[in-house]
Design a protein around this ligand. Structure first.
Ligand code: ADP
Length: 527
């Protein structure tokens, strides 16, 4: 890079300070990296009265990653070669290796300067200084002059001070470029994903950002909508309740149906310094398929129910016959066991279909103590056979819940049945219960084999059976927990598991209290 006329360095400390101040201000007037680099070089050349200069930017390993060369007229390939030669055996390499500035009074007598054969305007004196940030050399600048002895110690001091400011300005520009590149990458990802994404903040959930998919799905115009509370933009939307809950509990997951139809899986996450991020994933297609599949399974199960009843009836009659041989009796026993298993499966499938279809939506006040007592009665014998201690830890007073008693009994029963089934003989199963102002929580805690966190994520899906070979040998349909989830969700509650392999499992059901009944307490049942 070449300067105009030689203006020479300033005279006196005040003039030097003013020059430094002006240069620093100029450096930081832009954050565009190429513009900053151009400014650094031209202002340095000008302030020190050089005829031309070069600027190299280095990476952490000392490789030249960007450069402005005094010999601009050379073709690109040749410039590259010049950079590599001067880093290897020229003054640039010397400054890099010694991490300090240099004055070359006369290039003809100082072999730190590499003389190229085809130099049109031979350089006679040079000044060079490293650019350093946080102890790392990030670049170097060299100023050249056609006259020998053009630079002195004061010039080197000034160049070192300018280089210090330049390194800061270059680092700022670098960071700015990095941040804006990252922002552009994130923006293009957000603009191309099919999932609708919203970012909101504050208690009013003011919309801070939305991607095109969200604008289309929610029929919002970004220019109008950004900055407004979501309550005003989407009144009555089920999203609002989720956002309120997420504000309290950090994250929320749910499936919602939007006003225009269609089911979406929604995840709301509170991300510090970003806001409340809501992602809506369209699952309409899957819910339709799932509904079709459930209808099909329910129809087939219904048709299987009667013939199975008939087979079971005849198998029992056969079992009562006196004249059967040993082998015949073994066959009949095997038929009976298989048919009973099939009946259980069909029964479970029909139950699931009914719960999902909302057929048995009757609700009445019921006592959780009574439900737990009934479940314990039902499973006491089985627990006894396996020498498993079945304990209840329920407070004397618990508010009544408004629920379908049969289904809640079935849900808690399924958890207790699993706990007894999967816990090795001699183990322990505890059923605790407690209540908060809004809900009742019932747990089923066992000392069994535990469940890995990977398996926990798919435990509540239909037909999901997890664990190793030993678990697979224990009879089951993989529908018990799917029923629990359907029952609990149809009561607006939630179910979850806390477990670690080898340390037992704890399943919890949380059911909301009906506000009107929350103050009445029922005292029946065991404590
Ligand atoms: P299943 O009829 O197979 O018991 P569930 O839906 O009730 O079906 O349970 C799904 C799977 O979850 C089971 O096959 C088992 O692998 C695992 N599981 C359920 N409860 C427990 C438990 N208390 N301890 C360990 N594993 C369990």
């Amino acid at each position: 890079m070449n300067a105009g006329s030689r203006s020479g360095p300033p005279q006196g400390a005040t003039a030097t300070l003013k020059l430094l101040f002006d240069i620093t201000r100029e450096f930081s007037s832009t954050l565009e990296l190429p513009a900053v680099l151009g400014k650094v070089l031209s202002l340095t050349v000008q302030s020190l009265g050089a005829s031309q200069g070069s600027l190299f930017m280095l990476d952490g390993r000392g490789e030249v990653v960007r450069y402005f060369l005094a010999r601009q007229h050379l073709p690109a390939e040749e410039r590259k070669r010049v950079v590599s030669v001067v880093m290897e055996k020229g003054l640039a390499g010397w400054v890099f290796r010694h991490r300090k500035g240099a004055i070359v009074e006369d290039t003809r007598t100082d072999d730190r300067w590499h003389i190229f054969d085809n130099d049109e305007k031979p350089v006679r004196s040079v000044l060079a200084a490293p650019l350093t940030r946080r102890g790392m050399m990030t670049g170097l600048v060299t100023l050249e002059h056609q006259q020998p002895g053009a630079f002195n110690r004061l010039d080197l001091q000034l160049l070192t001070a300018i280089a210090h400011q330049a390194a800061i300005a270059i680092e700022n520009a670098h960071l700015f470029t990095q941040v804006s590149d990252e922002r552009d990458t994130v923006a293009s990802i957000l603009n191309t994903v099919n999932d609708a994404i919203l970012v909101s903040d504050g208690r009013e959930h003011r919309l801070a950002m939305l991607n095109p998919a969200a604008a289309t799905l929610l029929d919002l115009r970004p220019d109008d909508a950004v900055g407004k509370p979501l309550g005003d933009l989407l009144p009555d939307s089920p999203l609002l309740k989720l956002l309120d809950q997420a504000a309290e509990e950090q994250a929320q997951d749910a499936v919602i149906e939007l006003a225009g139809g269609g089911h979406h899986h929604v995840r709301v996450h509170d991300i510090p310094r970003v806001g409340r991020v809501t992602v809506l994933h369209d699952i309409t297609h899957f819910t339709e398929l799932d509904a079709l599949k459930s209808e099909f399974v329910a129809a087939v199960s219904h048709d299987l129910k009667n013939p199975l009843g008939t087979i079971l009836g005849y198998a029992w009659m056969l079992d009562d016959e006196a004249g059967l041989t040993e082998l015949q009796r073994r066959y009949v026993t095997s038929i009976l066991q298989s048919v009973q298993r099939m009946q259980k499966l069909v029964g479970n499938l029909l139950d699931l279909a009914k719960i999902e279809a909302g057929v048995d939506a009757d609700r009445e006040p019921c006592s959780v103590q009574t439900i737990i007592a009934n479940v314990v009665n039902q499973f006491a014998a089985r627990a006894g056979e396996r020498e498993i201690k079945l304990e209840v830890a329920v407070p004397d007073e618990l508010p009544a819940i408004v629920a379908n008693e049969l289904r809640i009994t079935q849900a808690i029963g399924n958890l207790v049945s699993n706990a007894i089934k999967y816990t090795p003989e001699g183990g322990r199963v505890v059923i605790p219960a407690k209540h908060t102002a809004e809900s009742i929580i019932v747990g089923v805690i066992d000392s069994g084999p535990g469940i890995s966190s990977v398996d926990q994520s798919r435990l509540f899906q239909k037909f999901s059976r997890v664990g190793g070979q030993e678990m697979a040998e224990i009879a089951g349909t993989g529908l018990g927990l799917a029923i629990v989830r359907s029952v609990v969700e149809s009561h607006n509650g939630r179910v979850w598991v806390e477990s670690q392999l080898g340390k037992g499992s704890a399943f919890f059901i949380q059911l909301p209290l009906d506000a009107a009944l929350a103050n009445e307490t029922s005292e029946s049942g065991p404590s």
